[in-house]
Design a protein around this ligand. Structure first.
Ligand code: F6R
Length: 288
C-alpha cells in the first residue's frame, strides 16, 4: 500500500515535470479543420477574458483569425462573454492607408469583430499608418502597451514566409514597433483583398518581434497546406530571423493551433498529439 502510493507520487511528479518543462511551454494542438481550430483558439481567449475581465488582447487581421472572431461574437451573444473592460492592441496596419479605406486593418477589425461585441472604442488601439511622425507614433504605441501592463494574450497568424505581424524575413528578433517594407510575396498574398496588386501598400507599421515576445501568452494559428512549410520551419526549424515565427520557441507560454493540413509536414506530429492528450489529462486533474 505504502509502496503503491509512493509510486503514484513519483508518477505524478514525473508527469508534472514532463508537462511543465515541455508541453506547457510550447503546446502544438492539431485540430481536424479550420472551424475546430477557430473554436479551440476562441475558447482559450474566452477563458482569459473570464479569468481577467480587463484582459489586454493582442489581435491580428487576415483570413486566419476570421473564424475565431466569429466564434467570439457567438460567445458574446449566446454566452454573455463580456468585452466591456477588455483592452485591445492590433499587431499592424498598412502605412498611409486611411483608416476608413475598406482594406485598412481599422476597417477589418471594426467590421469583423468590434462592431459586433461590446468592446469600448476607447479601449481599442490599432497602429496609425497615417501618423505624421511614424517614429514618434511607434514609440507611443509601445508606451501605451506598457502602461496597461502588457499584452495578456497575443493572437497571431503566420505568413507563408514565416512572418508574424509584418516582421518579414530578416527582421531583428529584438525589434519593436516600427515601419517595415513588405516583401513581394506578402504584397502578392495580400493582393486578394484589393482590386489589384498595384493598390497594396508597400509598407506597414507593425509591432516588432521583441514587442510580440513580451506578451504573456502567444496563440499562433495556421490553416491550410500553403502554411505547412512556414509552420514546420517555425516549430521544428532553428530559431532564425529568416523565419520570425520561430521565436515562439523562445517564449515560455505558447499555443500553436493548427488544422491537419497546416500540420501535414511536421515530423513529430504524433508526439505533439500524445503530449496534448497528457497535458489535457494533467489540466483536468489539476483543475486548471
Ligand atoms: C495580420 C498579420 C499577418 C498575418 C499573416 C497571415 O495582422 O499580422 O502576419 O497574420 O500575413 O495572413 P493570413 O491569415 O491572411 O494568411
Amino acid at each position: 500500500m505504502q509502496l503503491a502510493s509512493s509510486c503514484e507520487i513519483l508518477h505524478r511528479l514525473f508527469l508534472i515535470t514532463e508537462l511543465r518543462i515541455s508541453p506547457f511551454k510550447l503546446r502544438v494542438i492539431i485540430e481536424k479543420d479550420y472551424e475546430a481550430m477557430s473554436r479551440r483558439a476562441a475558447g482559450i481567449i474566452a477563458k482569459e477574458i473570464r479569468r481577467k475581465p480587463n484582459a489586454v488582447l493582442g489581435l491580428a487581421t487576415g483570413s486566419t483569425p476570421l473564424g475565431v472572431y466569429k466564434e467570439l461574437i457567438r460567445m458574446h451573444e449566446a454566452e454573455n462573454l463580456d468585452f466591456s473592460d477588455v483592452r485591445t492592441f492590433n499587431l499592424d496596419e498598412y502605412y498611409r492607408l486611411r483608416p476608413d479605406h475598406p482594406e485598412s486593418y481599422h476597417s477589418f477589425m471594426f467590421k469583423n469583430l468590434f462592431e459586433k461585441i461590446n468592446v469600448k472604442p476607447e479601449n481599442v488601439s490599432i497602429p496609425d499608418g497615417m501618423a505624421a511622425d511614424i517614429g514618434l507614433f511607434c514609440e507611443s504605441y509601445e508606451k501605451r502597451i506598457k502602461n496597461v501592463g502588457g499584452i495578456d494574450i497575443q493572437l497571431l497568424g503566420v505568413g507563408r514566409d514565416g512572418h508574424i505581424g509584418f516582421n518579414e524575413p530578416g527582421s531583428s528578433l529584438g525589434s519593436r514597433t516600427r515601419l517595415k517594407t513588405l516583401t513581394e510575396e506578402t504584397i502578392r498574398d495580400n493582393a486578394r483583398f484589393f482590386d489589384n496588386e498595384g493598390e497594396v501598400p508597400h509598407f506597414a507599421v507593425t509591432m516588432g518581434v521583441g514587442t510580440i515576445l513580451d506578451a504573456k501568452k502567444l496563440l499562433m494559428l495556421a490553416s491550410g497546406s500553403n502554411k505547412s512549410k512556414a509552420v514546420r520551419d517555425a516549430i521544428e526549424g532553428p530559431v532564425s530571423a529568416q523565419v520570425t515565427a520561430s521565436v515562439l520557441q523562445l517564449h515560455p507560454n505558447v499555443f500553436v493551433i493548427l488544422d491537419e493540413e497546416a500540420a501535414s509536414t511536421l515530423s513529430r506530429s504524433a508526439y505533439y498529439v500524445y503530449v496534448e492528450k497528457m497535458a489535457e489529462k494533467f489540466e483536468a486533474e489539476a483543475g486548471t
